[in-house]
Each structure stands twice: as structure tokens, then as C-alpha cells.
Design a protein around this ligand. Sequence first.
Ligand code: NAD
Length: 487
Amino acid sequence: MKAQPVASHFIDGEYVEDTDGSVIESLYPATGEVIARLYAATPAIVEKAIAAAKRAQPEWAAMSPTARGRILKRAAEIMRTRNRELSELETLDTGKPIQETIVADPTSGADSFEFFGGVIAAGMNGQYIPLGGDFAYTKRVPLGVCVGIGAWNYPQQIACWKGAPALAAGNAMVFKPSENTPLGALKIAEILIEAGLPKGLFNVIQGDRTTGPLLVEHPDVAKVSLTGSVPTGRKVAASAAGNLKHVTMELGGKSPLIVFDDADIDSAIGGAMLGNFYSTGQVCSNGTRVFVQKAIRDEFLSRLKARTEKMVIGDPMDEATQVGPMVSYDQRQKVMSYIEKGISAGATLVTGGGIPNNVSGEGYYIQPTVFADVTDDMTIAREEIFGPVMCVLDFDNEEEVIARANATEFGLSAGVFTADLTRGHRVADLLEAGTLWINTYNLCPVEIPFGGSKQSGFGRENSLAALEHYSELKTVYVGMGKVEAPY
Ligand code: NAD
């Protein structure tokens, strides 16, 4: 299987290569096979990409919002027409099953272009402020050149979630995908050109943790939007602060999912499984601390175990497969080491915990894993594992569970399952997180804001809120009379 792109980078409307960069091998996680060889951006490539963006941006910003939106909506249509091809590429890039990528990845990227293409004509309007004779008005203006840096779990979605609002608001973007998943973003860049986007406005360059700083520190960059881990977020935010750049930080989590004893238990188990095993657990907002009220604990665990053991693990290109491999060997090893920590700390291994035996030994597979009897102080309950490992914790009452759920440095997401309407809203109100779900989990349509609080980051993606993070307010005061100076 090969997925070699035309070249490593896409700058100023065309593919560009520079073989002086260090080699990035793209591996298919299901087999470990090398499917593409690319080169990390050299400083010359970084300069070229930023210069192209800087050159193209003013003319784009001067176009009418409707004209900009039309191009983005056309890109959405092309993505939908090519959904199968893009989904297969996403599966090769990440190892996620085609059953998921065909409904979740290019589709949500297309939603993003469609949404921002549609709302932009009204989304950047300002305000008229009467001042009794004089008046003022505000306008939303683009920031200029924005940098997007992506994680490896949703490469196409992340490129679109950053690119669509940035472009809609009149900015240009240089996007760097994760070194683990370099392929998808190049296709998004190609499609935008096909849709009529003027060249230079959406550029993709490859690279790793040594390339990112070249972008973040560049004086011509006005904004950095990062999706990644908390340690990376701290470094990027600190470096961006040096030049007072705008930042959006979409970082990690250890989110609580609370199941009260009056909940619809099948829905709660379904929500917990989706919120721990979808994309082989590589989802930032996952509800990895599942708090289950004691009265239903045994029933919850036995039904959860039965449903988990029926999940189909295998070849990601087979449409029947529900669980694919992890993105990389290193990530699988990291998750295995957390499983060992859980066992040695005394948590009960309910199911999983190992490498499945029905799959290729070269792929980075791991079984969906459930731990019970997890306590708040265990490492597996405190740190982000970023793999298919669910921790089930018991609780007695509402007050106690809210305090325990909030006792974390993270604040990305949270969920509550209950049949009691007032309790659902009360608990959602008290949980410290940026995105919350009542009686469902992990749904993130483009219409709603998404992002974290506490150490999980700041800024919001999706919805009209994202436009605010890719623009700034300009206020104009208009004097209608003579200037009355006291001197
Ligand atoms: P990571 O932090 O290792 O890398 C993220 C990106 O940052 C990569 O492109 C990497 O090359 C780049 N990078 C690394 N060091 C950098 C530096 N010093 N300067 C600039 N760029 C740098 O994260 P990962 O392992 O790729 O992804 C997993 C993490 O991402 C998890 O913590 C997960 O929770 C988080 N995530 C968050 C969201 C969200 O929306 N909140 C979504 C997906 C993933």
C-alpha cells in the first residue's frame, strides 16, 4: 500500500519539495509498512510558506465575505464528493477504521467549510454605538498570517477546523500537521485550490517539534492555534507570548463522565464506550474517568464487559472493523505502560489489557481495556493515557462526585447521565470544563463551541466563537461637531 504525495509541502498553490529536510517516514499503523517518505521543512521552506501567506492575505481580506464563503462552500462540496478517497487516506494516515473515517473525518471537515462559508457574510459584522451626536462603530478585522499546528488523532478534521474559520475571517494560514500523520492536510490544500481559493492562502508544511518553533517564533505570524498535549501547549503559549501573539490552545484532558443510578444504563454504557474506545481511545475529550453510582456498579460493569468483548478488532480497511490500531508503536507502548501501572496499583482489570491475537503482529493494536475499583490517587486516574483504557470509579452521592470530578488540573470536557432533568443541569453547571454533555457524550458538531478550561487550554474552535479567535475588534469614534479644546 502506498500513499506517496506529489511532494512534502504545499506552498503558494503548488507542491514543493526540499530534500535537505530530515526524512519523515509515514507508517501505516495496521502493518507498520512505510507508505510515504517526506521531508521536514527547512528554514527556507518555512520562510517561503510564511511569505506566500503574507503576500496573499490582504487581497483575500478585501474580498466580500460572500465571495470568500462561496469558495469555502465549494471546498466542502468537493470534500463530500471525494469522501471515500479522503477517508481511505485518513485510515492509512492514522489506522482508524474506515467505518469511522467514512462518517467522521472528511465529513466533519466539510461541515466546517460549509458552516463558516455560510455564516461569514453575517459573522464578521460590527456594532453601531450611538453617543448622543457623535457615534462609534466597531469592525471585526482579520489578524493576518495564522499558524495551525495539528495532533495526529484527527489530521483532516484539525486542518479544517483551523483552516475554515481562519480563511472565512480573511486570514491566510500555514498549517503543520503532526509528523505522525503528514498526508491528509496536503489533500485539503489541493481541494481548496480546486475550489478556487487564491494561491498562498492555505499552505501546508511538514515537520516535527523542531519545526513548530520556527513557525511560532516568526515575526510575521499573528496567531498560533495548537492542538496537542499540555506540555507542548505550555511551550508554544510561552513562546507566542514573547511576541504577544494571539493563541488558541486545544490541549489534553482526563474528563469525568458521571453515571447516576437513575440513568438509562444502556445509553450510559454506550456513551462511556464511545467516549473511551472511539478512534482507539485517541480522542482529547474522552470521558476516561467513569464515575458510576454504587447501586448500579455491578450491573454497569457486567454489561460493559460483555459489550466491550464483542467489539470487532481488525483490518481498518474492512468496513466491519470497529477498533483499529493505535497511531504508532511508541503510543502503544505508552498505553501498555499505563495498563501495567493500573494493575500494579491494585485496580481490577475487567477486560482487555493486552495485544489482541487476531491481528498482524506488526500493527500497533491494543485491546479495549476496562479497569474497575480505580481510586482517585492512581496514576491511571490522574494522567491522560490517550488510548482505549477506561477507568471506572465508584461514588455515593452528588456532592462527593462533583468534588472528585473537579479535582484535576484538566478541564476539557465532562458528561453526566441521569433521568433527573434538574440534576443534569445542576451537575453540568458545577463541573469545571469547557464542553459538557448531558445524556450523551463526545458529540461535537460545528455549530457548537469546542475547547477547554484550566490546563486543557483556551480559545474555542467551531461556531461563531471561532471567528472571534481569528479576528480582532477595531473601534472607530466619529466626531460630528467641532472639537472643544480647553486650550
Ligand atoms: P504533541 O503535543 O506531541 O504534538 C502536537 C503538535 O505540536 C505536533 O504537530 C508537534 O510536531 C508539534 N510540536 C511539538 N512540540 C512543539 C513545539 N515546541 N513548538 C511547536 N510545535 C510543537 O501532541 P500529539 O501527541 O501529537 O497529540 C496528542 C495530544 O493532543 C493529546 O494530549 C490530546 O489530548 C491532544 N489533543 C487535543 C485536542 C483538543 O481539541 N483539545 C484534540 C486532539 C488532540
